[in-house]
Design a protein around this ligand. Structure first.
Ligand code: DP6
Length: 323
């Protein structure tokens, strides 16, 4: 038996990934830029055990489906030249599948733990490419701080990986997550974004404008310009949700509290607080602000009707092995 345990932190995209180009392994149609979060993470232990007849998985103490896990582990087994089945035990310290990027931290932790348990010692770029094949956003959770995922051009995905832009300590930023629903979402991202070119009339425009959004965000980060970073994040989020709404059938991830929290963020901003929102494929609202304003933002969001809970987090580290 060989085993390893890893922790990976979840991430939230400021410039969003949505849509896949042709080819295997979640090749993104657009690049993306994200922040890795300090206080939201997944711990995953992988044991390759010759006594197992099939892969087995447990998530937060309940048996988990291995449909998406076995083909992913096969990539690692193939690379390591083994065919041993694995037992996976994983814990999220936040609600699973509700738009808090559990597939990102989950597949990033699994990638690091499973490669190590299989006896492989891959560099970060290779880990990122592998994690992408589990879930596109997981490629970014291999790194900490501010991270860019490259769309890449090649069919084999050898140029579709993430890279760090800034370490967490290079530009402290906070995210206040307003949780408005803890149930798992009904339409996961993979299904929501499948065959988008045939399902949304807005898709070509989304892809066509992504490079300029990414360039603007890179500049804002280089200049440590929070207002521009925030404005671009809010715009990318609203464009993403416009695209989702335009998909046949239309994807509506918001609930009334999501909308109320968005207005609360804008009201705070009108009153002078530097804060901007972003939202993924779920109903939670994530407010970006300088750390000096996060207590005030958390208080305001907690007072919004329908907000169940808030969590404050700074920027977190790259994925790492646990003892
Ligand atoms: C809205 O990475 O979950 O969070 O590649 O199919 O696993 P798959 O999708 P996933 O999609 C994330 C979409 C998003 C935006 C983002 O994180 O960039």
């Amino acid at each position: 038996m060989t085993q390893a345990t890893a922790r990976a932190h979840s991430n939230i995209a400021l410039i969003k990934y949505w849509g896949k180009r042709a080819g295997p392994g979640n090749l993104p149609a657009v690049g993306s830029i994200s922040v890795t979060l300090d206080t939201l993470y997944t711990d995953t232990r992988v044991v390759f055990d010759p006594a197992l007849a099939a892969d087995r998985a447990q998530l937060d103490d309940a048996p988990a489906d291995t449909t998406r896990l076995t083909p992913f582990l096969d990539l690692i087994r193939q690379r390591a030249g083994i065919d041993t089945r694995a037992a996976i035990v994983s814990h999220n310290n936040f609600p699973t599948g509700a738009g808090l990027a559990s597939s990102a931290s989950g597949f990033a932790a699994l990638t690091l733990a499973a490669t190590r348990a299989a006896g492989l010692d891959l560099d970060r770029r290779e880990l990122s490419m592998l994690a992408r094949q589990g879930s596109g956003s997981a490629a970014r959770s291999i790194f900490g701080g501010l991270v860019e995922m490259h769309r890449g051009e090649r069919d084999d995905g050898s140029d579709a990986y993430a890279e760090p832009i800034l370490a967490p300590e290079d530009w402290p930023l906070d995210v206040v997550v307003a949780i408005t629903d803890t149930a798992s979402k009904k339409i996961n991202s993979s299904i929501g974004m499948s065959n988008l070119d045939q399902r949304s009339d807005y898709y070509d425009a989304w892809v066509a404008h992504s490079e300029s959004d990414l360039a603007g965000m890179r500049e804002a980060i280089a200049a440590r310009d929070f207002e521009t970073l925030g404005a671009l994040s809010e715009m990318s989020c609203l464009k993403l949700h416009g695209l989702m709404l335009s998909t046949r059938p239309g994807l509506i991830y918001w609930n009334p509290a999501t909308v109320a929290a968005m207005h609360a963020v804008r009201d705070l901003r009108d009153a002078g607080t530097p804060v901007y929102f972003t939202i993924d494929a779920g109903p939670q609202v994530k407010a970006l602000c300088p750390p000096s304003h996060s207590a005030e933002v958390a208080r305001a969001l907690a007072a919004v009707p329908g907000v169940l809970d808030t969590r404050r987090t700074g920027l977190g580290p790259a994925a790492y092995l646990l003892p």
